[in-house]
Design a protein around this ligand. Structure first.
Ligand code: ADP
Length: 278
């Protein structure tokens, strides 16, 4: 049995994103009879923060991102964005939160019959004719991800790393302040992955985004994150929050040389192991 707090309609702005007693359940019956994937999850994400999210398989990491993206509706609790409650059981979901939230999934989901340029522009053409500033931003992010020479190519003509870059550019092109990334580099070889991690850190520093990044790789979580949170499953909630005090700029390939690396690694690994024990 969990104690419920009264939830206000607005939350004192402080953090950019505030998740309060957030829960999602499936099945029928009373609250205690339903199957809770996440329950009573509290989490604040600061503006400009790079938050990495870990947890064993099935702990609810993707579900958490889907709730923030509003592609799933919470069964309980609230999500506030800049102090305004935007998500809750009684609030109609607004997927993507009116261009406030971008989502880079594990698959790049590029449209095979469109060029890189047309793929990047695609979300911008859905609602209305893209503005000149949309086109300008698309050009800039394509340049930032190193694909300027490849705009006329089709997805099948690109390497896995380049497809990932195109997918990242497509998300950044519509300028969302928050970017959700669900194991985006999982399927790449080690070298391409390290390069993309370094490029992502450069992009994050220049574009000043708030990033929620799910990964299974502790090195990656430490190399990228300002903070790591670990979820435990059944039902999922935050069991560890750890600030990563390693100075920036960071070189993801050499992150293990940072003096505090081993302490962070051991703490996160210990927590993941404990969370995955039956
Ligand atoms: P993770 O990303 O941490 O691996 P997920 O968020 O994908 O975990 O899934 C968390 C749990 O929610 C899993 O046990 C999964 O089976 C369950 N789940 C996801 N979607 C549904 C659904 N529509 N109905 C019932 N259970 C679901």
């Amino acid at each position: 049995m969990t104690m419920k707090r009264d939830l206000p309609e607005t939350i004192d702005a402080g953090a950019l994103l505030q998740l309060r007693q957030l829960g999602i359940s499936y099945g029928a019956g009373t609250a205690d009879e339903r199957c809770w994937i996440l329950r009573d999850l509290d989490l604040d994400v600061q503006e400009g923060e790079f938050l990495t999210i870990m947890g064993s398989s099935g702990a609810g990491k993707s579900t958490l991102l889907n709730l923030v993206a509003q592609t799933l509706q919470p069964s309980a609790g609230q999500i506030a964005f800049r102090g305004k409650v935007v998500g809750g059981a009684d609030i109609p979901a607004d997927p993507g939160s009116s261009r406030q939230i971008g989502y880079v999934t594990q698959d790049d989901n590029l449209l095979p019959w469109r060029t890189v340029w047309d793929n990047v522009m695609f979300p911008l053409t859905l609602a209305s004719k893209p503005s000149s500033s949309d086109v300008e931003r698309a050009r800039r992010v394509i340049d930032q991800v190193g694909l300027t020479q490849w705009t006329k190519h089709y997805p099948h003509q690109l390497s896995g790393g380049m497809r990932k870059r195109a997918s990242l550019a497509r998300t950044l092109a519509y300028g969302p302040p928050v970017v959700l990334m669900d194991e985006p580099f999982g399927a790449l070889d080690a070298e391409t992955r390290a390069q993309l991690q370094a490029d992502l850190l450069d992009l994050w520093a220049s574009e000043k985004k708030t990033i929620l990044f799910v990964t299974h790789d502790i090195n990656e979580a430490i190399a990228l994150g300002d903070r790591i949170v670990v979820l435990s499953g059944s039902p999922g909630r935050v069991v560890l929050e750890r600030k990563i005090d390693i100075a920036r700029p960071r070189d993801p390939e050499l992150i293990f040389k940072a003096p505090t690396f081993a302490g962070h690694y051991d703490a996160v690994r210990g927590c993941l192991r404990a969370a995955s024990r039956p």
